[in-house]
Ligand binder design. Sequence first.
Ligand SMILES: [Fe+2]
Length: 133
Amino acid sequence: MDLIKELKEEHVEIMRYFEKIKILKSNEKIVEEISSLKELLIEHLKLEDRMLYPALKDCENNKAKEAGDKFSEEMNEVSKVVLKFFDKYQDKNIILTDYKKFINETEEIIKAVSKRVSAEETILFPLFEKYVK
Ligand SMILES: [Fe+2]
């Protein structure tokens, strides 16, 4: 499949999962869903690390090259925060002890991830499509 198309589909899936965990409440499945989302996100990041950033790095266009480096570095920071969230909430008791806090933190993570997703789709992917493909 086309790389950009695949990455965009994964973005939709990732955001859908985040919305889902927000409405699961004390449902038995919440921890399971969080761990599926974590796996999905890790696979997505691996695909971007393997196929997206190196191709931009090797590209002839300086703007695309610089954007690749910048996005790759910024993603390391975003990942740290998101993975910390996943690790913290892999225990259902922690979610239920302070459910309001969990929802607030989920909202914060959703904001950060969706900001990242829209930056990729409006800046990075078009550069890839223009200069790499
Ligand atoms: Fe992405």
